[in-house]
Design a protein around this ligand. Sequence first.
Ligand code: SF4
Length: 391
Amino acid sequence: MVEKLSQIGSSGPKITRRKTRSVRVGDLVIGSESHISVQSMCATKTQDIKATAGQIALLQEHGADIIRVAIDSRRDVEALVELRKGTSARLVVDLQESYKLAKSVAPYVQKIRYNPGHLYHHEKDTPVFEKVKYIVGVAREHDLALRVGVNFGSLDPAQAASGQDRFDVALESAREHIGYLEDLGFTNYVVSLKSSDPNDVMDINLRFSKQFPEIPLHLGVTEAGMLPLGEIKTRVAFENLLAQGIGDTLRVSLTLPYAEKFQEVLVAKKIIADVNAGRFRSVPRFEHDGLNIISCPSCSRVENEAFVDLAQQVRAMTQEFADKKLTIAVMGCRVNGPGETDDADLGLWCAPTHVNLKRGKELLGQFSYDEIIPRLKAEIDAVLSSRPSQA
Ligand code: SF4
């Protein structure tokens, strides 16, 4: 079954793809001349070499074409060196603020992802262009691909302050970085524009594809959450975009226990196979009137390993509110936690020993992992009773 599924993405394109450039990731090509590749990401702590090596093997065995690992420190780089000794998988490193780590990780990976929103934070006096130039220099020297990964939950603060809505800020951020890369004469890159809202993902990728038809797109609905809703949300965006020939590589982001992380790959391959066969299982747009739980897929940065349990407890506790129009975001760390919870009715994001609880943009407080579920329930009651129709 696994073997059969792993071949689907490469079984010859029946989807009429938009023509995009070829981007080389080791021996893999991303672009319309190649199959739609599938990516996933290790959720284990990168420095836990045994666990992360196991995670890489699990994802590779289930057909992941590219596997992402988070690197935030020198210790993570040392772990990466060890991981590389035990795997032939194509690895992509996710860099956040620490862009200078690009040089240290480059010999061990095929691709680097950077987030324009995070590049801003370190060395504030260094122009962003200089930081991009540094990363491009490393990518050239080691023949790596890059991904410019724009995320609605962590937009460039300087652009976000412009007063434009997040949709325009995200597009502007991508445009700016494409400008940098093209000015530097570097074309071996893909772009992603991700949001936890499938409608946003559809709309922004459509617009981007019209403006930059030749640039390969990495598709993703971030924080799609747990199954089955996580797959449904992802399908809405992917089925629509893939059917229009948009999307050259993709990742399904699901909140799953480590041992089940391979489900991300299987769901991705199932969606590609369905679109290839003309089987559409979703609706044109995501119109979800009931409870919507957004939760991140977790990664090495998760602040407490109780996160997946917490997300599952939130889902179980909130079943009684299934018919209420309520969005609850549950995030694993401070990277996307503060931003992605802003638009939710109630948001939780994990710290090592406590959980931050927000109502909209307001921080209500910090609660222990034991206290948070009853406290969240009380806040849900308060939100619902404050609505005129619920009174
Ligand atoms: S919110 Fe944090 S833990 Fe969750 S996927 Fe994003 S970076 Fe990883």
